[in-house]
Write a protein that binds this ligand. Structure first.
Ligand SMILES: Cc1cc2nc3c(=O)[nH]c(=O)nc-3n(C[C@H](O)[C@H](O)[C@H](O)COP(=O)(O)O)c2cc1C
Length: 168
């Protein structure tokens, strides 16, 4: 699959083959893709927490109402923001930077044949604090990405909408 085909076919997956093992080599490629995302002034204001532990996944489900797909996912990657590394350089860009890293995770995983679902955390303060407590970090949880082998095949969607484009 080339990049455009990957972008066109990616869908959010909410049902996975439970127990599927994701090789560490694949995970490293996915995390490398995240870390290769562009970031403001190349500040890379992020860290990543890979949650494979079933009890921890359940704890995340208990504090976030929209991550029930973690029941069958193999793992979750939590993208966490570190806004402080941008202070005095280019402050405030961390949401864009973490969004780009998150999208790279989705696309790299899709290119390797895995399904994902991006579940928002930041800027919901309550969810940020709750997920932070569960995973034990000082950074700011930005997104929970469920990852696994898809057990559903939603049709490709998304479309070109000329009304969203202004040509100058
Ligand atoms: C910032 C953000 C937050 C999201 N949060 C959730 C979520 O909490 N739970 C969920 O099931 N899907 C979540 N999604 C997935 C969207 O519902 C999904 O991307 C959208 O409906 C389009 O469908 P598609 O990804 O299959 O193209 C989120 C997506 C984004 C970008």
């Amino acid at each position: 699959m080339n990049t455009l085909e990957t972008i066109r076919s990616r869908r959010s997956i909410r049902k996975y083959k439970k127990g599927a093992v994701i090789p560490k080599e694949d995970l490293k490629q996915i995390l490398e893709a995240a870390m290769m995302a562009p970031s403001a002034c190349n500040t890379r204001p992020w860290e990543f927490v890979v949650v494979e532990n079933q009890e921890k996944l359940e704890e995340i489900m208990a504090v976030h109402p929209y991550v029930s797909m973690l029941k069958t996912a193999s793992l979750a990657i939590i993208v966490c923001a570190k806004p402080e590394v941008q202070e005095g350089i280019c402050p405030g860009y961390f949401p864009e930077d973490c969004g780009a890293a998150t999208q790279n995770i989705l696309l790299a995983a899709a290119a390797l044949g895995y399904g994902t679902c991006w579940c928002g955390v930041y800027p919901m303060e309550e969810r940020v604090n709750a997920v932070r407590n569960v995973i034990g970090v000082e950074s700011t949880p930005f997104a929970v990405v469920a990852l696994g082998v898809a057990d559903e095949t939603p049709a490709a969607r998304g479309f070109y909408d000329e009304t969203r484009v202004k040509w100058l």
